[in-house]
Design a protein around this ligand. Structure first.
Ligand SMILES: Cc1ncc(COP(=O)(O)O)c(C=O)c1O
Length: 410
């Protein structure tokens, strides 16, 4: 098992708390953060909240010293709620509303500006704001197209070419807005380090250009995106990323003539392999063409396989071997709801508990109530205890906040 939680304990948790169930390993989260801290000494590691916004998880990372990368007012409020200091929060998004901008300014966080219109909105609010700009380095991170975010045709950031980003910085200076840094984020689940190297060079070239225009920065944020091993293959670790990008940054510091703080925004790497989704087999159906294992969760619970064709290893807890080939079918009424295709597993039977591995990132945070299925509970396995960190939703949660006009009740 690649979790430090034993299979027997997972089976016991499924019995005790029911399925579907997200289970997280606190120790693994702390270890993952420790890898980043060790690889990037002195850097500010902003946990990307979108990966998993459960308050207990965010609190563990805050305790470890994580700052926060947030993408909505909701995530910003979560970061403040768990006690992250405003100056340790960077708010990135391509379409912030005026209300979000005002809240961010009033909270004193860094606003990572994505467009000139956004810069003007900040100026119109007329209160002192601290900003960085998100720049688009136009690199191909060789990941799934839906999670590549710094390609030349991506919706995010200001392009470096044609001095677009440079002009934005000059404009901010003219407007008297406090410029704190520069940010990029080129994508997610990146395992080829070349794109990080290329993008970092482009970013540092830009920092040099800014210096030549009289603009210096407090921080340089190279974003998140380091991938994890979903199939058990060898993938680069934070130290491998550091070995590629730190020498580039260092070399540029000499040319630039000053050193900025380095910020990073890992999400997936910190929490993905610390989480597992447990589900129970409701039936095994053998058709003339395929064998289906029908489970009690679906893409409402874990969207990644359907959204990004992502691969998650799936284990039959308490059983070994690979005797038959199955598709693991979710319970959502759509044919596309398959959690795993053509998996060789031990003979699966009704009642077996399956563990979908590496489900700690972009799992619960993307879960919905589609098909009117309450969202699952979340459990944290600690050194000496097991805690329910989120209760399973109830039927009432399905219609909370809804109103049926009186005449429709007749
Ligand atoms: C702006 C930003 N920063 C950081 C991240 C975290 O990426 P990852 O979870 O791949 O580390 C994301 C997610 O795509 C993001 O959009």
């Amino acid at each position: 098992m690649c979790l430090s939680i034993a299979e027997e304990q997972l089976i016991e948790l499924a019995k005790r708390f029911g399925t579907p169930l997200y289970v997280y390993d606190e120790k693994r989260i702390r270890e993952n953060f420790g890898e980043f801290r060790a690889a990037f000494p002195g850097a500010k590691i902003c946990y990307a909240y979108k990966a998993n916004t459960s308050l207990a998880i965010c609190s563990i990372l805050r305790q470890e010293g994580a700052a926060a990368d947030v993408v909505s007012q909701g995530e910003l409020r979560m970061a403040l709620k768990v006690g992250v200091k405003p100056e340790d929060i960077i708010f990135t998004n391509n379409a912030k509303t005026k209300e979000e901008l005002e809240f961010a300014i009033d909270s004193g966080v860094i606003i990572d500006v994505d467009s000139l219109d956004e810069l003007n909105s900040i100026s119109e609010i007329g209160k002192p704001a601290k900003i960085s700009f998100r720049v688009n380095p136009a690199v191909d991170p060789k990941t799934h197209p839906k999670i590549a975010t710094g390609m030349k045709d991506s919706k995010f950031g200001l392009h470096l070419e044609n001095d677009i980003a440079l002009e934005a910085y000059k404009k901010a200076k003219e407007l008297g807005i406090e410029i704190a840094g520069v940010q990029m984020h080129i994508g997610s689940q990146i395992t080829d380090m070349t794109a990080f190297e290329d993008a970092t060079k482009k970013l540092m070239d830009f920092v040099l250009q800014l210096k030549e225009s009289g603009i210096t920065l407090k921080f340089i944020d190279i974003g998140g995106g380091l991938g994890i091993s979903y199939e058990g293959e060898d993938t680069p670790k934070p130290k491998d990323l550091a070995a590629k990008v730190l020498p580039i940054i260092k070399e540029y510091y000499t040319k630039i003539g000053y050193e900025s703080e380095l910020w990073l925004e890992p999400g997936r790497y910190l929490v993905a392999n610390a989480g597992v989704l447990l589900c129970q087999v409701q039936s095994v159906k053998k058709t003339p063409y395929k064998n289906f294992v029908n489970v009690d969760c679906g893409f409402n619970t874990l969207a990644r396989p359907v959204l990004y064709d992502s691969f998650h290893r799936i284990k039959v807890l308490g059983k070994k071997g690979s005797e038959e080939t199955y598709d693991i079918a979710g319970n959502i009424c759509e044919s596309g709801d398959i959690l795993g295709k053509d998996r060789e597993l031990p003979a699966v039977e009704k009642g077996d508990v399956l563990a979908v591995l590496d489900a700690g990132a972009y799992g619960f945070s993307m879960a919905s109530q589609y098909n009117c299925r309450p969202r699952p509970a979340e459990i944290l396995v600690r050194e000496n205890s097991v805690e329910v960190i989120r209760e399973r939703e109830t039927w009432d949660d399905l219609w909370r906040g809804e109103t049926v006009p009186d005449d429709l009740n007749k």
